[in-house]
Write a protein that binds this ligand. Structure first.
Ligand SMILES: *[C@@H]1O[C@H](CO)[C@@H](O)[C@H](O)[C@H]1NC(C)=O
Ligand SMILES: *[C@@H]1O[C@H](CO)[C@@H](O)[C@H](O)[C@H]1NC(C)=O
Ligand SMILES: *[C@@H]1O[C@H](CO)[C@@H](O)[C@H](O)[C@H]1NC(C)=O
Ligand SMILES: *[C@@H]1O[C@H](CO)[C@@H](O)[C@H](O)[C@H]1NC(C)=O
Ligand SMILES: *[C@@H]1O[C@H](CO)[C@@H](O)[C@H](O)[C@H]1NC(C)=O
Ligand SMILES: *[C@@H]1O[C@H](CO)[C@@H](O)[C@H](O)[C@H]1NC(C)=O
Ligand SMILES: *[C@@H]1O[C@H](CO)[C@@H](O)[C@H](O)[C@H]1NC(C)=O
Ligand SMILES: *[C@@H]1O[C@H](CO)[C@@H](O)[C@H](O)[C@H]1NC(C)=O
Ligand SMILES: *[C@@H]1O[C@H](CO)[C@@H](O)[C@H](O)[C@H]1NC(C)=O
Ligand SMILES: CC(=O)N[C@H]1CO[C@H](CO)[C@@H](O)[C@@H]1O
Length: 408
């Protein structure tokens, strides 16, 4: 399944996409005593001139869409060669990423008063966005000052046509991404940094994949997110297999920054407040562990999903109460295969499927509260997105878009 056939978009799509959280609640023994949570506060923002560092980054992002896989066209590589090429050392996080990140950490923590808050839609992809026409409908007629779109597009993938419409010129400077490596979390951090630096109006930061669909109108989602002061990020403790995931880089490597008792697991697809986006951009301590490569031996090799570990662990350490510990991106892990959740095909698509997602309730994890808190009783947040939808579902989704998918 990992054979990197650049011709097959579907295959490319599957490759990038995540990843198994094993949703079972078996208790795992706690390894040690957790240190007290780190204090959570911002120093005053220094006045910085970001122009000279930031100016050049968005513009270098233009992907040479037709030339990226040139070598593989000239020499027809066999399967082994393609595999080796894919696995060549790829950059996880370099100095450029780090300076951008540090710059982003210093942006204003608040959005400007008197102007509407914006939602940053951050698409993490290694394929053209097959469901783009549905997203076009989603954004059509929406005032441009209510949202921004950012795309991280793996430059080693092939893109037959450039991103168009609302996605045109929204590709950030991107680097290769691979499953089972920290490159997916690095890409998400890169998106966060860009979104922080690009617009002080960005209030919520939603991570999406090319197989995600919206489940409500833009208006509904906008209202839900701009009224929240908390992030939506799944934070699960005591997941089955957590120890192996934690120990994937060696069973003492994460220490002392990330003791096993502080390790958390959750869906890659989060929606973060500006404050939390800034914390992630500023973090070097916890990232220094999660960006390390995993042990290439079984079983560690196949438990290397830092994008499902780094963000929940960091948020749980710095500000659990600032998080609703659930993802608002619906997914079905029943009958998952090879670390991939259920992928809906054209025959699955219909009004009932959308209604089922809307009636479902998120699974709430660990937010450092005891269950007696009022905010816990008020739970029952709506799913705003769902995955995974195969490219072929587009026609079915467009048919029901106006009457079901985008109608509240
Ligand atoms: C910021 O830096 C750029 C390039 O170094 C310079 O042209 C610009 O004048 C500076 N702006 C401020 C407000 O200092
Ligand atoms: C591909 O690259 C060549 C040079 O390497 C350039 O001349 C050509 O214009 C490029 N094609 C496209 C479509 O960018
Ligand atoms: C692929 O190419 C490599 C080196 O060119 C060669 O050693 C290997 O035997 C080839 N594999 C197959 C399956 O043809
Ligand atoms: C990848 O990096 C390792 C360690 O830095 C090195 O030993 C290896 O030769 C590199 N592989 C390639 C294909 O560059
Ligand atoms: C944000 O991105 C848009 C589109 O690339 C660009 O026009 C705008 O100048 C950027 N804003 C800043 C502050 O970089
Ligand atoms: C969104 O809501 C605004 C006012 O609340 C309305 O003017 C606009 O038509 C709505 N857009 C859609 C697509 O429903
Ligand atoms: C950690 O790894 C070492 C060597 O790989 C092993 O001997 C030890 O039992 C492991 N400890 C735990 C707690 O798994
Ligand atoms: C960034 O992290 C450093 C420690 O690594 C901390 O001293 C500083 O206050 C943080 N800044 C922000 C804006 O969170
Ligand atoms: C949760 O409950 C335990 C005992 O029931 C108590 O010691 C602890 O302080 C509580 N934690 C919070 C965050 O309220
Ligand atoms: C100097 C430069 O190349 N500017 C370009 C940066 O990117 C925007 C949008 O892609 C272009 O409009 C600018 O011309």
């Amino acid at each position: 399944m990992l054979a990197p056939n650049p011709i097959s978009l579907l295959c490319a799509l599957l490759l990038c996409l995540p990843l198994a959280v094993i949703f079972t609640t078996t208790t795992v023994p706690v390894a040690d005593n957790p240190p007290p949570p780190q204090p959570f506060r911002f120093p005053p923002s220094p006045r910085i001139n970001k122009t000279h560092i930031y100016k050049n980054t968005l513009n270098k992002t233009r992907i040479n869409f037709h030339n990226t896989t040139k070598t593989s066209h000239v020499h027809k590589l066999n399967k082994t060669e393609r595999y080796v090429k894919r696995e060549e050392n790829i950059t996880v996080w370099d100095e450029e990423d780090e300076s951008l990140s540090q710059l982003a950490a210093r942006v204003n923590p608040g959005t400007p008063l008197g102007r509407p808050k914006k939602i940053a839609f951050m698409f993490l992809t290694n394929a053209p966005l097959p469901l783009a026409p549905l997203w076009e409908l989603y954004f059509s007629g929406v005032p441009k000052n209510l949202y921004n779109i950012y795309v991280h597009a793996d430059p080693s993938s092939r893109y037959d046509s450039p991103f168009k419409g609302v996605f045109a010129n929204r590709v950030i400077r991107s680097k290769p991404t691979r499953r089972l490596t920290p490159t997916l979390s690095a890409a998400a951090r890169r998106l966060i940094s860009h979104a922080l630096l690009n617009d002080t109006g960005n209030y919520m930061f939603a991570l999406l994949s090319p197989s995600c669909i919206p489940l409500h109108s833009f208006n509904f989602t906008y209202r839900t997110l701009t009224r929240s002061r908390r992030s939506f990020i799944e934070i699960l403790d005591h997941e089955r297999g957590a120890f192996v995931r934690w120990a994937a880089r060696g069973n003492t490597t994460m220490l002392p920054e990330v003791p096993y008792s502080r390790f958390r697991i959750g869906s890659q697809f989060f929606i973060l407040t500006r404050q939390h986006a800034r914390i992630i951009a500023n973090d070097t301590r916890i990232w220094s562990k999660f960006k390390l490569p995993c042990n290439s031996k079984v079983p560690y090799k196949y438990t290397c999903y830092p994008e499902e570990h780094y963000f929940p662990t960091l948020m749980s350490m710095v500000d659990p109460r600032g998080c609703v510990p659930a993802t608002l991106t619906h997914v079905d892990w029943r009958g998952s295969l090879g670390g991939h959740p259920r992928t809906y095909t054209l025959s699955d698509v219909g009004p009932e499927l959308i209604w089922t997602f809307r009636n479902a309730t998120p699974r709430y994890g660990d937010d450092g509260m005891n269950g007696s808190d009022a905010s816990v009783r008020r739970r029952g947040h709506p799913f705003l997105f769902a995955r995974k939808f195969a490219p072929e579902t587009l026609t079915g989704l467009l048919e029901i878009a106006n009457d079901v998918v985008l109608k509240d």
